[in-house]
Write a protein that binds this ligand. Structure first.
Ligand SMILES: Nc1ncnc2c1ncn2[C@@H]1O[C@H](COP(=O)(O)OP(=O)(O)OP(=O)(O)O)[C@@H](O)[C@H]1O
Ligand SMILES: [Mg+2]
Length: 285
């Protein structure tokens, strides 16, 4: 066989391998900012934000959880207590304090948090007087967020300025939906808000998908609600379903994500599956 032909062939193979490696590394380092949003209260936003973020960190993805809710449930759910001089998301939004001076490590490797505190209650009102008030989070933190593989934004139960800031900053939104009779109530308002943000503030915002939470397979109603949700979201529903699981309720009172509280629980299994589904989704997107 002609030697030069062989050399060309080997060079060709090397080039292919190099391009595949480049592509793979690009995927690996791609940064994703995901808002967890639903203006309905108590549907599992914070439980999803805390445990999805922890699941991603367990997969060794550098992850940041950002608590944008004055109730600060994600903050306390990870066992973080705001001391007197600790700054929070409030200072980031209102005083433009750098996120570098606010973020904290957590007891989970690969997981950091930007905490919230009750002072955030005032932010919604104070933001009204700030120029570009819908862009406060994006302007102060998006560059910092890009240092992470995943940034998970936990939102309050409203479609006010905090949630708008979150949607303006995010690449995509995950909508947790509690599998109950009124599950679909208010969703049109939420999707309308997403559309408005896409039109005016963040054209790249995508709907990552809906996640069914607190599912109780013993109830016929749960299956009906599941069908309705799948029809409503036209396939944009995660295959993973989060079952009702008492360990998920208990974990926050110990300041622990489900994986540190009870790794053998159904809740841990479900949230790990959700994190895996998201990772697979992103690697094939
Ligand atoms: N899969 C589940 N099984 C059992 N309990 C759950 C589950 N998911 C969440 N919970 C419980 O339901 C309650 C509401 O959940 P969560 O705080 O996550 O909702 P939320 O949407 O963040 O609420 P809010 O709108 O007030 O911020 C909490 O007590 C939580 O522990
Ligand atoms: Mg919450």
């Amino acid at each position: 066989m002609d030697g030069s032909w062989l050399k060309t062939f080997i060079l060709y193979c090397h080039s292919i391998v190099y391009i595949v490696q480049l592509f793979y590394n690009r995927k690996k380092t791609m940064s994703r900012i995901i808002a967890i949003a639903n203006q309905k209260g108590g549907v599992g936003k914070t439980t999803t934000a805390v445990n999805l973020a922890t699941g991603l960190a367990i997969a060794e993805k550098k992850t940041l959880l950002v608590d944008l809710d004055p109730q600060a449930n994600a903050t306390s759910g990870l066992g973080i207590r705001i001391e007197n001089n600790q700054k929070s998301i409030y200072e980031l939004l209102i005083d433009s304090i750098s996120p570098e001076d606010i973020f904290l490590p957590t007891e989970v490797p690969f997981l950091d948090i930007i905490p919230s505190s009750i002072t955030l209650v005032g932010a919604e009102i104070e933001l009204v007087n700030i120029e570009n008030r819908e862009l406060a989070l994006r302007d102060s933190a998006r560059e910092f967020f890009r240092k992470y593989d995943y940034v998970i934004l936990d939102n309050p139960p409203s479609l006010g300025l905090l949630t708008i800031n979150s949607l303006t900053t995010a690449d995509s939104v995950i909508v947790p939906i509690q599998c109950e009779y009124y599950a679909l109530e208010g969703l049109s308002q939420l999707l309308n808000t997403v559309r408005l943000v896409q039109q005016h503030l963040n054209p790249d915002l995508k709907i990552e998908g809906a996640v069914m939470t607190m599912y109780d397979s013993r109830l016929n109603l749960a299956r009906q609600v599941e069908d309705n949700i799948r029809t409503y979201f036209e396939g944009k529903v995660f295959n993973t379903i989060i079952n009702r699981n008492v360990r998920l309720c208990e974990a926050p009172s110990y300041g622990k994500p489900i994986f540190l509280y009870d790794i053998t629980s159904r809740g841990a299994e479900n949230y790990l599956a959700l994190a895996q589904e998201l990772l697979v989704h992103d690697s094939t997107a």
